[in-house]
Design a protein around this ligand. Structure first.
Ligand SMILES: CC(C)(COP(=O)(O)OP(=O)(O)OC[C@H]1O[C@@H](n2cnc3c(N)ncnc32)[C@H](O)[C@@H]1OP(=O)(O)O)[C@@H](O)C(=O)NCCC(=O)NCCS
Length: 227
């Protein structure tokens, strides 16, 4: 990564899912950048996968020195068609999410042999990272499994065109680094946390003047003075 640290991307076994769930749960309460929406969906998908209630899902984890840094998942729809579920970065500012997405797409094309992967963005950052950086094609006649919204597609041609710039890393992972990652999924050291002040969550909520939250806060402050 840009920080000089090595990140390992690896498949997560079903019995490791509880080790991920405990670090996804706190993100349910992070309104910023749609972490709450994405984390709640990821939580449901991982739990369903753990309890054999999800069809053909895979889960990959990104770890830095054992610490959980990102989670990606997806599934196979048909032997030729993949579907991207989620990308969740637990450490910000290093393009860990972007690398995780590249790794999952490589998994779709090179390991699972898909010709195309259906993708959707749940956040503006996601839209910049996937639709714009990879120049995804529209498949608006296909509702995506996430919320039924129109799909976008990463084709094998588009992925091949992106390989030299967006897909990085060494394969296979050197054994000593892989051993450290598989030994234990350690807690993220600097995960996204809920905003101290609700105002900072408004930039993703179509409430740029934050009037709703300010009114709410004034009411709370008045309540305190009365007490
Ligand atoms: C989308 C996501 C996976 C991208 O991860 P990433 O590639 O590691 O990128 P980051 O989130 O760290 O940074 C995104 C932008 O915010 C900026 N940023 C950096 N640190 C940040 C921080 N602490 N808080 C907020 N933004 C930060 C970055 O500079 C970056 O700007 P750029 O797009 O101009 O490069 C990640 O933002 C995420 O998990 N978001 C919540 C869930 C989500 O939306 N998933 C994708 C659904 S389609």
């Amino acid at each position: 990564m840009a920080s000089g640290e090595a990140a390992v991307v690896r498949a997560v076994d079903r019995d490791e899912i509880p080790d991920l769930l405990k670090h996804v749960e706190p993100l349910l309460h992070v309104e910023r950048d749609y972490y709450d929406v994405v984390a709640s969906r990821v939580y449901a998908e991982l739990l369903s996968h753990y309890q054999y209630r999800f069809q053909d899902q895979y889960v990959l984890a990104v770890q830095v020195d054992g610490e959980l840094a990102a989670i990606v998942n997806g599934r196979q729809v048909t032997p030729n068609l993949g579907l991207s579920l989620h990308t969740l970065a637990l450490r910000r500012g290093l393009r860990i999410g972007a690398h995780a997405f590249a790794a999952k797409m490589e998994y779709h094309f090179d390991q699972l042999g898909h010709d195309e992967v259906l993708v959707v963005a749940e956040s503006p950052i996601g839209f910049r990272r996937w639709m714009i950086e990879y120049k995804l094609e529209k498949r608006f006649d296909v509702p995506h499994e996430l919320g039924g919204v129109p799909s976008w597609a990463l084709t094998r041609e588009l992925f091949d065109a992106a390989r030299s710039s967006l897909v990085v890393g060494r394969r296979p992972v050197p054994p000593e680094i892989l051993d450290k990652a598989t030994e234990a999924i350690l807690p993220p050291s600097d995960p996204p946390t809920p905003a101290l002040d609700p105002l900072s969550a408004t930039r993703s909520k179509y409430d740029p003047t934050a009037s709703a939250l300010m009114v709410e806060r004034w009411a709370m402050e008045e309540g305190v003075q009365d007490a």
